[in-house]
Ligand binder design. Structure first.
Ligand code: PEP
Length: 264
């Protein structure tokens, strides 16, 4: 963990298409209070929310106005800066809203919106260009797992996404086996560690050794308060990208509070 690796653990909540802007305000307020009550140390474990686009302005205003120590980001961005791209959102707009992060290449974008490795690479480059930190999602399907093992597809996806980024680029990698997302069937900590350990050298190779050591690699897929400790004991896993459980304030707070139960 952080003391050993220098990487600050990161717990990120991907809300997907849930919570409108009014619900988001109530949710973020309550999440911040819950973590404050639990004396959460945000310097020790960073916590971020990833609301839908329409919530971002409200979340930004609340976090800035109340000086809440939560980070926030968007769930996607366009690879283009501006122009005739109906429905798309530029990284420049997200930066103007003080987003720090943006999720790129989530498996739901790859599957439901046909995002290829090339598109994910272009979006990752657009994020970096606009001063956003891309949270680059990679992961194998159940079929990939059977045919190629766990690491081959995520490694290839990450290689494609990082190619073209400047050396030293600030990125977060999220290893999310597709079969584990929303299924209730998480990978084991050993599986997550094995893939994270295969991803880290790809970061070193393409972004430089320093970035390889500094880049946080998250595990995602059916993470809950009850299984986070196992993942956080894995030396190459630096946090979690949480979907369903990020919509439950008590559960998400308990996940962020993992140092309290990581030794148990
Ligand atoms: C996700 O969608 O990124 C995710 C990890 O979902 P869940 O936690 O619900 O499996």
């Amino acid at each position: 963990m952080a003391a050993v690796t220098g990487r600050v653990p990161f717990i990120a909540g991907n809300w997907k298409m849930n919570l409108d802007h009014l619900q988001a305000i109530a949710f973020v307020q309550k999440l911040a209070w819950t973590l404050k009550d639990a004396r959460h140390d945000f310097d020790t474990v960073e916590v971020a929310v990833f609301p839908p686009f329409t919530d971002l302005r409200s979340v930004q205003t609340l976090i800035a106005g109340d000086k809440l120590p939560l980070a926030f980001g968007a769930q996607d961005l366009s690879q283009h800066d501006s122009g005739a791209y109906t429905g798309d959102i530029s990284g420049a707009f997200l930066k103007a809203l003080d987003c720090r992060y943006v999720i790129v290449g989530h498996s739901e974008r790859r599957t439901l919106h046909g995002e290829t490795d090339e598109v994910v690479a272009a979006k990752s480059a657009a994020a970096v260009k606009h001063g956003l930190v891309p949270v680059i999602c990679v992961g194998e399907t159940a079929e990939d797992l059977e045919q190629h093992g766990a690491a081959a597809v995520p490694v290839a996806q990450l290689r494609a996404a990082l190619t073209g980024l400047p050396k030293g680029a600030d990125v977060v990698v999220a290893y999310e086996p597709v079969w584990a997302i929303g299924s209730g069937q998480a990978a084991t900590p050993d599986q997550a560690q094995q893939v994270a350990a295969a991803l880290r050298p790809v970061v070193s190779e393409l972004l430089g050794d320093e970035a390889g050591q500094a880049t946080r690699i998250l595990y995602g897929g059916s993470v809950k308060a009850g299984n986070i400790a196992g993942f956080m004991r894995s030396p190459d896993v630096d946090g979690a990208l949480v979907g369903g459980a990020s919509l439950d304030i008590a559960e998400f707070s308990a996940i962020a509070q993992f140092p309290k139960h990581v030794g148990t």
